[in-house]
Design a protein around this ligand. Structure first.
Ligand SMILES: Cc1ncc(COP(=O)(O)O)c(C=O)c1O
Length: 366
């Protein structure tokens, strides 16, 4: 029988929301009072705030992170016949976004130290059809963007960041969202900046791209009742924008707390488990705190019995998912990513945790 430690949930959104509750209630009430549900000034105001937070010129609010990646790629002209390079150890949405454009996803293996896209593998995968590279800032760790941008520039490809786990992260002082031609963010409730449902945003300095994405999210409409493109119902809701706008001013503080907790985990677990290295010059925001273990299912059950809830991100590499059998890449195609996925577990990390809770997780683990 395991010794009971203080219960630690994987995430505690109630604790995050409690101090903001009256402000959020007022923000929601103002949307309802004005029945301003679609593309209101709530959306515009949040877009301005989030662009400024990222240090970018434009933000286009959309209905999910997947849509943000999809529309960014589509607005950059990615389509059938093109190849887009990304990684196998990500959420399936990264690859779905490529497939929606009609382009072909080309997966490359990851670096065994950082667990992020490996620039040497990207170099080997470049072809005359490479139109875009889509690195993922996995777990909130910035990917090696200098190398990726240089490789893309060499073949005239564009770089789109999958920043769905990296709100506020920095590489050499610049925020994720500023490190490629465009970036896609998710505001899924459990993200470092999360709404009360689905939501997402494209962030870019490219005015033309932003204008096209803005049109595509709204049925391709340019001027009122003129549809220049076949687009989507892909807008960020006003209610989500109003909630996100209340939360955004707290994001840097929340990310700082995550960094302190991650440092404490590292001190306690160093030498006992494999953990991904954060790149030199990067400031991670630790959306997740992954470790690699020999027996993930048993470890998760053992921790659960001790009151600690864990996650698995992501136990099956995307090319081994039934839905992506079409990629034609079987087991053994990407040995580093496959081995990492098979042994990964995510420990609880959120701003309202304290070091005692990290100690409780580590004691249960060790
Ligand atoms: C790495 C990554 N890419 C894309 C997405 C898709 O975001 P959404 O769920 O908002 O569509 C997510 C979110 O779960 C993600 O973690």
């Amino acid at each position: 029988m395991e010794k009971m430690v203080r219960p630690v949930p994987f995430l505690d959104l109630r604790a995050q929301l409690a101090p903001l509750r009256s402000e959020i209630d007022a923000a929601i009430a103002s949307v309802i009072d004005r029945t301003a549900f679609i593309l209101s000034d709530h959306v515009t105001a949040f877009e301005q705030d989030f662009a400024a937070f990222c240090g970018a010129s434009h933000c286009v609010g959309v209905d999910s992170g997947t849509q943000a990646l999809h529309l960014a790629l589509r607005a950059l002209g990615v389509g059938p016949g093109d190849e887009v390079i990304t990684v196998p150890n990500t959420f399936i949405a990264t690859v779905e976004a490529i497939i929606y454009t009609g382009a072909t996803p080309v997966l490359v293996d990851v670096d065994p130290d950082t667990w992020l896209i490996d620039p040497r593998a990207v170099e080997r995968a470049l072809t005359p059809r490479t139109k875009a590279i889509l690195p993922v800032h996995l777990f909130g760790h910035p990917a090696p963007m200098d190398e990726i941008r240089a490789l893309a520039a060499g073949v005239g490809a564009v770089v789109v960041e999958d920043a769905c786990q990296a709100h506020g992260a920095r590489l050499r002082g610049q925020r994720c969202g500023k490190l490629g031609r465009a970036a896609g963010f998710s505001f899924y409730p459990g993200k470092n900046l999360g709404g009360f449902g689905d939501g997402g945003a494209i962030v870019t300095d490219d005015a033309e791209l932003a204008a096209l994405a803005r049109s595509l999210r709204h049925h391709g409409q340019g001027a009122k009742n003129i549809h220049d493109h076949v687009g989507y119902t892909g807008r960020l809701d006003s209610l989500q924008a109003a909630v996100l706008r209340v939360k955004l001013p707290h994001l840097d503080r929340w990310n700082g707390a995550r960094r302190r907790l991650a440092a404490h985990y590292r001190r306690r677990l160093a030498g006992s488990f494999r953990m991904p290295r954060v790149l030199d010059g990067a400031e991670a925001v630790h959306h997740l705190f992954p470790i690699h273990v020999a027996d993930p299912d048993q470890t998760v059950s053992r921790l659960q019995a001790a009151g600690v809830s864990c996650g698995r991100h992501y136990p099956i590499a995307v090319h081994l998912q039934p839905a992506l059998a079409c990629l034609g890449r079987g087991g053994g195609s990407f040995p580093v990513a496959e081995e990492l996925c098979a042994g990964i577990i995510s420990l609880p990390i959120y701003a309202e945790m304290d070091e005692e809770m990290v100690d409780a997780v580590c004691s249960a683990l060790l």
